[in-house]
Design a protein around this ligand. Sequence first.
Ligand SMILES: Nc1ncnc2c1ncn2[C@@H]1O[C@H](COP(=O)(O)OP(=O)(O)OP(=O)(O)O)[C@@H](O)[C@H]1O
Ligand SMILES: [Mg+2]
Length: 559
Amino acid sequence: MSQQQDNGAALTAPHEPPYTFTANQGYGPSEATPSSFANTNRQNGQLALDADDDDDLDDIFADEDDETEEWDPTATDLTKNYNRQRQLQDGSSPAVPRNNAQKPKANTFASVDDQISALSKHAAKIRLDDVKQGQDKDKDKADRATSELVLDQRTRMILLQMINNNVVSEIHGAISTGKEANVYGAVAYTDAGAAVQRAVKIYKTAILVFKDRERYMTGEHRFKSGPEKGNNRKMVKMWAEKEFRNLHRLRSAGIPCPEPIKLKLHVMVMSFLGDRKGWAYPRLRDANIVGADVEQQWRSLFIQLVATMRRIYQVCKLVHADLSEYNILYHDGTLYIIDVSQSVEHDHPRSLEFLRMDIKNVGDYFRRQGVDTLADRTIFDFITAPEGTIEMAEMTEAIEQLYISRPQAATTEEGLAELEVDNEVFRNQYIPQTLDQVYDIEKDVQRVKEGEGQDLVYRNLLADQVVLPKKEGTEEQDGASSDDESGSGAALDSDEDSDDSGDESRFEKGRPRGRKHEDKDEKKQHKQAVKEAKREKRKDKIPKHLKKKLVTSTSRKKK
Ligand SMILES: Nc1ncnc2c1ncn2[C@@H]1O[C@H](COP(=O)(O)OP(=O)(O)OP(=O)(O)O)[C@@H](O)[C@H]1O
Ligand SMILES: [Mg+2]
């Protein structure tokens, strides 16, 4: 920070590093400003590369971020952009075309390049080619190609700066390379010289993946302005920010996950989930669970995960939205939640749909491992019930209670079949998220009054928990057997309020399409009534031929 203050002029210079590097002495203030930069407007640049303050990068790219053109991470347009920015700023070329196809021959004005060369002593510390994780060995070559792609100038600069600031000291091989992001292993050396493993996630700005992402962004209040169509870098930055914030929330709620350490544009540094040698914990999918009680271990993991999901929902107010065996790491009986960039808040119009999808993915996976799982609907109710415990140990107990209180265990063929049917019905059910989406409020109120509120898909989502216990032998939704989970909410909290039966704030939405039939009946009745009225009218009607006669006779008389 002091460097920046001491070196006020350099603070705002967009094209020069505020210091120079001297061997064995480290970084000191710049001695001379290259003449080519001398008349540059320094108001907006804020390119100072300060050891303590690295907020500058956002500003370096701020002008570019306002552009709407697509950005190709493989293109070397950065220099071109900077030349253009510079010309625009010093007024030498007010009408520079936006897409100047001509590539500059040398990086004369490229501040990023300058900064990169200023930090070149760190260059050797970025060794992305070391693909060291066994899991990925089979696709070594492709991975390397991808890791090259992801490291454009911009990213390289961010990494160098992070090294300079000792957020990380070295960046090694790819732990994972994917469609949306690459994750690299890194090491940070503490002052005491100890090595701490870190993970660096670099989001890709390639175009294809954005289509997928939009559905997670649109509609959530944190992204009110909506995704920035056509500006990939801005989008990807938002995406990274989202993951960073979501990880914070998870950590604050005590959920095992990486600790977010540093975020810079599309690069996020987090704590490393793995051993000291830099081997990452396996994904749940690859977890090698052994021992005499393997079955029991799998069952406990399932219960642990359901409880974690409830905690994420109730404490973090989030739905993961991409939860599966691929986004959970396993170590020593603990499940670590990762990849929360697409997680949404409750106010996202599709959050419940995402939750239902997560439950399905998790359930499917554990069933494949031979775990006797609970019905999706039971889990959904458990997660969304606002009353009841959010403490892990107590939640475990509550889940055990759900097993006890279910009508039929999914261990027999019959039980499994029933579970499948119920899951199928549940997965196809329409879930209203807000009262606006409730199809027929009057009818719902009526049903709640009749004590059928327990069947509500969304009975846990409204403010008042005033659903009467379901009556014996009530009609089932869509003809399916769905009475099995009527006690699921109660298992969370035995003294569930159910005295305020007349409250209209509870609306049942058990049969969303049911109203159609009722409408038909009403319409039929209405039609019938209209027909009858018309018939009555017709009785007094003068037949056409008589009417004609009358008209002509009267007109004749007038004559
Ligand atoms: N903090 C971490 N510590 C150790 N390994 C990690 C960490 N974060 C991620 N990984 C590894 O990197 C992989 C990919 O991470 P993540 O799921 O966050 O990326 P992603 O968004 O799914 O990327 P893509 O969708 O492009 O594959 C994970 O499966 C895990 O193996
Ligand atoms: Mg993932």
